[in-house]
Design a protein around this ligand. Structure first.
Ligand code: DWN
Length: 411
C-alpha cells in the first residue's frame, strides 16, 4: 500500500509553456507523493497521462546546456570503453545527444516525443516514435534481435508501470549485455531538500533500496551504481545485468555502501518522509517571505532558467508576477510563452538579462556553479541569486581575505 507524505497542491504540466490563448483550458492535477510500504518506492499518488506530458510539443532538449553535452559525451565514451557493445538501444533518446556517439547501423532508439524522434530519424538512427513497453520491446526484438547495451537517461523515472518497463528491458537484453540507466537520486533530493524534483514527469524518485526490491521481481539485478553529484542535482547511474550473466562482475561493496547510507537516513521508513515534508513546508514559507521582503525593497527580481523544477516551486510557493518580473531561458521553444500555472513570461537571455536586474531566483539551481561563474559581472555590480537548495538563501559576490593578508598577525 502507498502512503502519502506530502501534498504539493494543484500543479500544471511542468513543461507545457503556454500562449495567451491557451490559459483558459490549462490542465491541472494534484501533486502528492507517497511511499509504497512493500517496495519502498516513492511515487506520485495521482499521475498524469504520459501522452499529456510527452508528445510532439515537448520542449526540453537534452543537449541544451554545455554541462549535459559534456556529460553525455563522457558517458558514451566510458560505456564504449567498458562494454564495446555490438548492438545499442537508447530508450528516451530526446535530441540524439547520446546516441550520436554510436554506429548508425547497429543502434536503435525509442522516443515518444515525435518532434525529437523526427530529429534522430533524420540523423540516420532508426527511432521508434513510441512509449517504452513490452510491445515496443517485442517489436525491436523481432526486427533487430537482442541488444548489448540498453541505455536510458532521465526516462525510467518517467514511466508509470516501472516493473513492466524493467521486464521489457529483460526481454531485449542479450545474455552478456548491460542495461544502464540514470535518474535523479532520491537520497540527494532528500539531503538537499530539492523537493522540486517532484513534478508530473517524475512519477517516481528512486532509492537504490527500492530499485533492488523491484528488480527482485525480475531476472535482472543491479551490478553497480555511480553517484553523480553534479548532474541534475544528484543522479544515480545504475548498471544492471541478467542474474545469470557471469561476464559482468557485481560490485557488492559499492551497492551495499549505498544501501547502508539509505538505511542510515531511514529512507526505508515513513518517519523520514514525514520529517522531509516538514522541511518542505518550512522552505516554502521562508522562500515566499524572503522574496516578498526583497520585492518590498523595490528590487527587480527575475528567475534564471525556466525549469520543470521551478514549475513546482512557483506553483507550490505561490510565486507569480507579483514577485518575479519574468524568467530568462536559452531554449527558443520556451521563449515568448508563459510559465505553466503561474503564467510568468519567459524571455530570451539576451532580452532579459539586463543591468537593472538585482536578484535572480535560480530556477536552474543544478547549474549554480556554472551560472555563478558565468555571471561574475552581475555579482560584482551588487546582483544576487536566490536559491532554495539546500536551504533558502541568497548568493552574493564571494568575499575572502586574500592569501597572506594576515601574515603579520599569524607569525
Ligand atoms: O528528466 C528531466 C530532466 C533531466 O530535465 C525532464 N523531466 C525535464 C528536465 O528538467 P528541468 O527542466 O528541470 O532541467 P534543467 O536541465 O535543469 O533545465 C535547465 C533549463 O535552464 C533549460 O531550459 C535551459 C535553461 N538554462 C539557461 O537558460 N541558462 C540553463 C543554463 C545552465 C543557463 O545558463
Amino acid at each position: 500500500m502507498k502512503k502519502e507524505f506530502i501534498d504539493l497542491g494543484r500543479q500544471p504540466i511542468a513543461n507545457r509553456f503556454l500562449n495567451e490563448d491557451e490559459l483558459e483550458n490549462e490542465f491541472f492535477y494534484n501533486l502528492k507523493m507517497g511511499l509504497d510500504e512493500e517496495t519502498l518506492l516513492v511515487s506520485q499518488m495521482e499521475t498524469v497521462e504520459a501522452s499529456d506530458m510527452f508528445n510532439e510539443n515537448y520542449v526540453y532538449h537534452s543537449s541544451g546546456t554545455e554541462t549535459m553535452r559534456n556529460h553525455f559525451d563522457s558517458t558514451a565514451e566510458r560505456l564504449n570503453l567498458l562494454f564495446s557493445p555490438d548492438r545499442v538501444l537508447e530508450i528516451g533518446s530526446n535530441d540524439g545527444v547520446f546516441i550520436k556517439h554510436f554506429n548508425k547501423d547497429a543502434t536503435v532508439a525509442v522516443e515518444p516525443c515525435s518532434n525529437f524522434a523526427k530529429i534522430t530519424n533524420e540523423m540516420g538512427y532508426q527511432t521508434y516514435d513510441e512509449f517504452w513497453n513490452y510491445d515496443t520491446s517485442d517489436k525491436i526484438l523481432k526486427e533487430h534481435g537482442k541488444q548489448d547495451l540498453i541505455y536510458a537517461a532521465n526516462c525510467m523515472c518517467h514511466i508509470h508501470d516501472i516493473e513492466q518497463a524493467f521486464l521489457s528491458v529483460e526481454n531485449l537484453l542479450s545474455d552478456n549485455g548491460v542495461f544502464v540507466f540514470e535518474d535523479p537520486s532520491l537520497m540527494s533530493a532528500y539531503l538537499r531538500n530539492s523537493y522540486d524534483q517532484f513534478y508530473d514527469e517524475h512519477v517516481h524518485l528512486f532509492t537504490v533500496t527500492a530499485l533492488n526490491n523491484i528488480f527482485k521481481k525480475t531476472n535482472l539485478e543491479i551490478c553497480g551504481v555511480d553517484q553523480i553529484n553534479h548532474i541534475h542535482g544528484g543522479t544515480n547511474r545504475v548498471f544492471v545485468k541478467l542474474k545469470n550473466n557471469s561476464k559482468i562482475t557485481k560490485d557488492e561493496e559499492n551497492i551495499n555502501t549505498i544501501l547502508a547510507d539509505e538505511e542510515l537516513l531511514d529512507l526505508d521508513k515513513m518517519a523520514a518522509y514525514e520529517y522531509w515534508a516538514e522541511n518542505i513546508q518550512n522552505s516554502k514559507m521562508f522562500l515566499h517571505d524572503m522574496m516578498s521582503a526583497l520585492k518590498n525593497k523595490d528590487l527587480k527580481l527575475i528567475s534564471y532558467g525556466a525549469t520543470s523544477k521551478s514549475t513546482t516551486i512557483f506553483n507550490y510557493c505561490n510565486i507569480g508576477t507579483d514577485l518575479i518580473d519574468y524568467i530568462v531561458d536559452t531554449t527558443p521553444a520556451k521563449q515568448g510563452k508563459l510559465s505553466p500555472g503561474m503564467h510568468i513570461p519567459v524571455v530570451s537571455y539576451e532580452k532579459g538579462w539586463t543591468e537593472d536586474v538585482r536578484g535572480a531566483f535560480l530556477g536552474a539551481w543544478n547549474y549554480s556553479d556554472f551560472i555563478t561563474e558565468k555571471e561574475k559581472a552581475f555579482l560584482d555590480r551588487g546582483g544576487f541569486f536566490i536559491t532554495h537548495v539546500p536551504e533558502v538563501d541568497i548568493i552574493t559576490k564571494p568575499t575572502c581575505v586574500p592569501c597572506g593578508a594576515n601574515k603579520d598577525t599569524q607569525e
